[in-house]
Design a protein around this ligand. Structure first.
Ligand code: SF4
Length: 166
């Protein structure tokens, strides 16, 4: 009777069967980053109420891995610009953006942040993308919490599919 000779590699592949997944390191980084977002809420006006509503238990933004609000740009990944941005406060927003560590993303929350909203006047910035780069725009005056969550999911898609430096 012939004896079956098994190599150590065959043993290993059998014992790891169903337990190992191969992927690109870039994809793993995207997956990890999109579900561990620390947010910096740059809140200036009434849209802030909807930001808080989305963060609280009824809409529970924590479900999407975006739980922690951080008020230091050095601990944040995402800057949520929530509300009207005046020309007076614009340099502060630019400084916060510059101080935020890479990789970083920006969400423009509501009409005022995205295009000045109802304030087409000398005092109001007509869109924060004239000051800093924006990754996701959320429409509305104010946006409903569902729209905020939709914006977060779009940001997560963007993070998953972008190239990550490491
Ligand atoms: S978009 Fe509307 S709700 Fe939001 S800050 Fe501007 S005026 Fe207020």
């Amino acid at each position: 009777m012939s004896e079956l000779i098994q190599s150590p590699m065959m043993d290993m592949s059998r014992s790891l069967s169903g337990q190992v997944v191969t992927t690109k390191f870039d994809k793993i980084l995207g997956w990890a980053r999109k579900y561990s977002l620390f947010q910096y809420p740059f809140v200036t006006a009434c849209c802030g109420m909807e930001y808080m509503a989305t963060a609280c238990s009824h809409y529970d933004i924590d479900r999407f891995g975006a739980a922690f609000a951080r008020f230091s740009p050095r601990q944040a990944d995402v800057i949520w610009v929530v509300g009207t941005i005046s020309h007076k406060i614009a340099p502060v927003l630019k400084t916060i953006y510059d101080q935020t560590a890479d990789p970083k993303w920006v969400v423009s929350f509501g009409a005022c942040a995205s295009c000045g909203g109802p304030y087409d006047n000398y005092a109001t910035v007509q869109g924060i993308d004239t000051i800093i780069p924006v990754d996701v725009y959320i429409a509305g005056c104010p946006p409903r919490p569902e729209a905020v969550l939709d914006g977060l999911l779009k940001l997560q898609d963007l993070i998953q599919n972008q190239k990550h430096d490491w």
